[in-house]
Design a binder for this molecule. Structure first.
Ligand SMILES: C[S@@+](CC[C@H](N)C(=O)[O-])C[C@H]1O[C@@H](n2cnc3c(N)ncnc32)[C@H](O)[C@@H]1O
Length: 165
């Protein structure tokens, strides 16, 4: 398989300069506001986006440690296979967050409910469409079944940062 090289479409600005203390998912971010600043030449591609209440952001977790195949995720004391978690340290360190789109202003998207670090390089923006993105039940949520709700209160620590990996 050959290498794939993406150029960021912009940068994310958020209140979280360090992993420790950041929300671990948008459901725990409350009113935390941020901005996506897109490259100016991409502004025409934002036409009609303001009609959507939420957007899917794909971004590079630029400060993640090297990945491990088994990890102890934020919401459990037990190890799990990396791909059964949402840990930021992955072979391709891509983060995915569904956040509220408050306004579109030129090349800026004003966002609420952000869980990513400041200066995360933005790879893509897509409108969130429940009919496309929320599968009909019944759903299984694996080892997170009894733990996912804790993401609304639990904050991150340094476990996926290079310094201590
Ligand atoms: C558990 S990950 C989930 C991210 C995304 N919602 C997902 O599911 O892909 C969220 C945590 O990753 C860390 N993080 C966020 N942005 C990062 C970045 N750009 N580089 C490294 N770590 C990051 C922060 O500690 C944050 O609390």
């Amino acid at each position: 398989m050959s290498e794939i090289c993406y150029e960021p479409i912009g940068l994310l600005h958020t209140p979280f300069s360090e992993p420790s203390g950041a929300p671990i998912q948008p459901c725990g971010a409350g009113d935390a506001r941020g901005r996506a600043e897109l490259r100016p030449e991409l502004v025409p591609a934002l036409e009609d986006l303001a009609g959507f209440s939420h957007v899917i952001l794909l971004y590079h977790c630029h400060r993640a440690a090297a990945f491990k195949l088994k990890v102890r995720p934020f919401l459990d004391h037990n190890e799990h296979g990396l791909f059964a978690t949402r840990a930021p340290a992955r072979p391709n360190a891509i983060g995915l967050s569904v956040v509220k789109l408050e306004a579109v202003e030129g090349n800026l998207l004003h966002l609420k409910g952000v869980d990513m670090l400041d200066q995360s390089p933005l790879l893509d923006v897509k409108p969130y469409v429940p009919q496309f993105d929320a599968p009909p039940g019944p759903l299984r949520t694996g080892w997170l079944a009894d733990k996912a709700r804790e993401a609304s209160t639990q904050k991150a620590d340094e476990r996926f940062s290079p310094e201590i990996s």
